[in-house]
Design a protein around this ligand. Structure first.
Ligand code: M6R
Length: 608
């Protein structure tokens, strides 16, 4: 989705803006642009397509200045075109606006301005902001913002420059993330932390309805009512290198291989690994709350929803708390039966997914307590929830979620074990035993990842494959759902996941000698049933790949087998998926796909 960058300081801002936009490319976009105050005049360059096209244009028509804004646009209102790309100027070319989000009442505002004789250049919702500001402008842009911002409905993060106030960059946030990094004598604005990690980790996270007036001397925060407020900076722990490829060809591959570290760090944050006890202060429930729990609801989208499904099994199996999962985009509109005092767990890597944010707000509106599992400090979901558990995965740049997923599952494992212990279903000694097993997962993850070449070779042998079915039962079914999503989103290969027992109820009609069936066999007590299903697809001549826990006996030499190191059945999803993440990566690689930025997808789905 769209990306925002901005700079105020003493350096030439153009290379900084372009670098920031390049760091945001992973979010998905179809055009890009910058506006710079050059010798007191507004200078704008925009181009459709990749950032390289904008860079090339700037090479031909250079511009420079010490204050500027930049944007990558993911088209919503109006086709990808130069005129629709941001920044958007008012008719007098003195105010430039970049915007993430959607101005929902833009048609009414546009009609009002057109009625006053204002003519528009673009089809976008964003242009109404620059034109409105221009219409009400009387020499003080901050005052104009206090008048105009309350007129806007929808979600927006805005970066605004005004030619008459060449030292000021204005930032506005309502429902769409925006941060301002502080360095010595300079400020860096971005919609996403990864764009500014190179310069500073000291950031202001704007709150909804905040307006920031940024100059190189300092920053002042206001509410849209005009009241001045104080905001404190937050220290971001992510390292500068964590948002770089670090020698890997793609972020996806780097992030796959970061998982042992991400698991170790996340585990160490919640578990004292010397005493093998859970750190009480980091957990969402105390003994009284744990024992009073009657029901939990988990909501999320995409991969995070798949982690939530695994979480449901963990919590129900270990802690015997009835747990429902729902897709956030359904939950938000469904006529749910809610009781005040219920607990909802919202799972989101970015913490900004529009549907998940809406679901959190709905639950809070019904009096639920919301616990967030997220990866991004200060994200909307983190701020609006009653309690946050962070995955310590570090920035996840590739659109395909990998390390966020496995660390989300790890959090569910810790929550489930803790609840089980607090509810008297697991003794302290049993808890220690399970935690010892959890602590062994990072090393076992390394063992799986060491099979990289084998996975790459298999992907090579399956080059022409057009249909892949993932099958499994219980946990293995939920892991299969994530496996199918991973493969289709990066390699564009048609893939589906089925509960193995469902095959006979329809999907088996699709199986023939061109189909690859991947059977997941990690749930020992049910594995014989899935093996019977494997025989059924073998009889239909499907090619078979088995991803199986080490102790499970398999004896058909024709099948390719990938072995998952033995662990507690409940913990195996974290290990099994690593094989499929690598498989998806290598399938995409040999097809020449844009692995980190798959077509039509965006990293952070901040609009509905
Ligand atoms: O940031 P979130 O975890 O809320 O994102 C949810 C989904 O958009 C995300 O998991 C998506 O499905 C990924 N592309 C999957 O790899």
């Amino acid at each position: 989705m769209c990306g925002i960058v901005g700079y105020v300081g003493q350096q030439d801002c153009v290379p900084i803006l372009l670098k920031g936009l390049s760091a945001l490319e992973y979010r998905g976009y179809d055009s890009a642009g910058v506006a710079v105050l050059e010798n007191g005049k507004m200078a704008v360059r925009k181009e459709v397509g990749r950032l390289a096209a904008l860079e090339e244009k700037i090479g031909r028509m250079p511009l420079s200045g010490v204050i500027g804004i930049g944007h990558t646009r993911w088209a919503t209102h109006g086709e990808p075109s130069e005129v629709n790309s941001h920044p958007h100027l008012d008719s007098k070319n003195r105010i430039a606006v970049i915007h993430n989000g959607i101005i929902e009442n833009f048609r009414e505002l546009k009609a009002f301005l057109q009625g006053k004789g204002v003519s528009f250049r673009s089809e976008t919702d964003t242009e109404v902001v620059s034109q409105l500001l221009s219409y009400y402008y009387e020499g003080d842009l901050l005052k104009t913002l206090f008048r105009v911002i309350p007129m806007l409905e929808g979600s927006y993060a805005l970066g605004i420059l005004c030619q008459d106030q060449p030292e000021h960059l204005y930032c506005v946030r309502n429902g769409s993330p925006l941060i301002i990094g502080r360095a010595k004598g300079e400020f860096y604005v971005a919609s996403d932390i990864s764009a500014i990690l190179e310069y500073t980790r000291d950031v202001y996270i704007l709150e909804d309805d905040d307006i920031a007036d940024v100059t190189k001397e300092g920053i002042a925060f206001y509410r849209e009512t005009g009241e001045q407020v104080e905001r404190q900076t937050t220290q971001i722990a992510w390292s500068r290198d964590s948002a770089q490829k670090g020698g890997y060809d793609h972020f996806m591959l780097k992030e796959i291989f970061e998982q042992p570290r991400a698991l170790r760090e996340t585990l160490a944050h919640y578990v004292d690994l010397e005493t093998l006890t859970i750190k009480r202060e980091a957990m969402p429930f105390d003994r009284e709350q744990a024992n009073a729990l009657e029901k939990l609801t988990v909501i999320a989208c995409g991969t995070a929803h798949h982690a939530g499904m695994i979480g449901r099994v963990l919590i129900e199996t270990l802690a015997r708390v009835k747990t429902e999962t729902d897709i956030a985009s359904e939950y938000r509109y469904y006529d749910t039966i809610d009781q005040p005092g219920e607990t909802l767990i919202a799972v989101s890597q970015s913490g900004e997914t529009a549907d998940t944010v809406a679901a959190v707000r709905k639950a809070k509106g019904h009096g639920s307590r919301v616990v967030a599992l997220t990866n991004v400090i200060g994200s909307t979901i983190a701020r609006e929830s009653d309690m946050v558990m962070y995955t310590l995965a570090g920035p996840e740049i590739a659109v395909a979620s990998t390390k966020a997923y496995t660390t989300q599952i790890l959090l569910f494992e810790i929550i489930a074990l803790d609840l089980a212990n607090l509810r008297g279903l697991l003794t302290d000694e049993e808890l220690r035993e399970r935690l010892r097993e959890l602590a062994a997962l990072p090393e076992k993850a390394e063992q799986v990842l060491s099979h990289r070449e084998e996975v790459a070779d298999f992907a090579h042998s399956e080059k022409g494959c057009e249909d892949v079915f993932f099958i499994g039962r219980l946990m293995d079914y939920y892991t299969s759902l994530e496996a199918a999503l991973k493969l289709k989103e990066v390699s564009y290969i048609h893939s589906e996941a089925y509960a193995a027992g469902e095959l006979k109820h329809g999907p088996i009609a699709l199986i023939d000698d061109t189909t690859l069936v991947v059977a997941t066999l990690t749930q020992k007590r049910i594995v014989a049933k899935t093996i019977s299903n494997v025989e059924e697809v073998r009889a239909r001549k499907a090619k078979i790949l088995l991803v199986a826990s080490e102790p499970i006996p398999l004896n058909n030499p024709q099948d390719t087998v990938w072995r998952v190191p033995d662990t507690d059945d409940l913990f195996s999803p974290i290990l099994m998926i690593l094989y499929v993440q690598m498989f998806a990566y290598y399938m995409a690689l040999q097809k020449g796909c844009d692995i980190d930025k798959p077509r039509n997808l965006a990293k952070s789905v901040t609009v509905e």
